[in-house]
Design a protein around this ligand. Sequence first.
Ligand SMILES: Cc1ncc(COP(=O)(O)O)c(C=O)c1O
Length: 246
Amino acid sequence: MGEKNGYLPFPKSFKTICIHHTKEPKRETCKETMAPIVTSNICRLESAGGPSQVIKGRLLNPTRSVLENLIAKLCKTKYALTYASGIGAIAAVFSLLKSGDHLLCNDDIYGGTSKTLIQVCPNFGICTSFVDLTDLKSIPEYIRRNTKLIWTENPTNPTLEVMDLCGLSKVAHEHKLMLAVDNTFLSPYLQRPAELGVDLVVNSVTKYMNGHSDVIMGVVCTSRDNLYERLKFIQQRHFNHGSSTV
Ligand SMILES: Cc1ncc(COP(=O)(O)O)c(C=O)c1O
């Protein structure tokens, strides 16, 4: 193409190329053996027989789905949902509560969690009693009409208190409460709380689960369909786009 008035000619289809050129990526004949890192913040979901749907990355990202499926398998749960940090995962669990709800939390707990419960959750009408959850017999006396959740870590940060998770799950379920455990210190390699009856298992992937100090991430694992559906909605603010874990 020659120059026009000193400028390179502007191809007619330039804007079209800008917008559409990458829409039909050519599949190579070889298949990757490791899950590729998909950085596109939009994906197209093909449905058999029907029209394909375009979905934003917060709702569905193939790399995230691979990771969530893997973590769910490691944690022996049906589902896993990943978040931008451990504290993000923790905040997602507290988002299951509503104004007027109450929860029990162990009195030794990671500072970021206790600050969330003391300085953030009350702004949304959610209040917490910090109690000794190693003393199973005393727990029923702290349970109120509006108690919805028992939250602990096992072992705890920083004093490494150890909980009886089977016992806690029995007390929680007798009183129709959810039991959530932050499993960061042991990771699924050493402890899989869902197998002991825990409803929601949180890990700061940032720590031992990643193990290389080069990732900030959190995950919530559960096998309870209703909790997964609610968490997925809270994460996406959208209904039912490609449940990531199966
Ligand atoms: C037990 C526990 N849970 C959660 C977190 C927060 O994780 P993140 O730094 O990924 O937000 C920490 C951080 O120290 C922790 O020790």
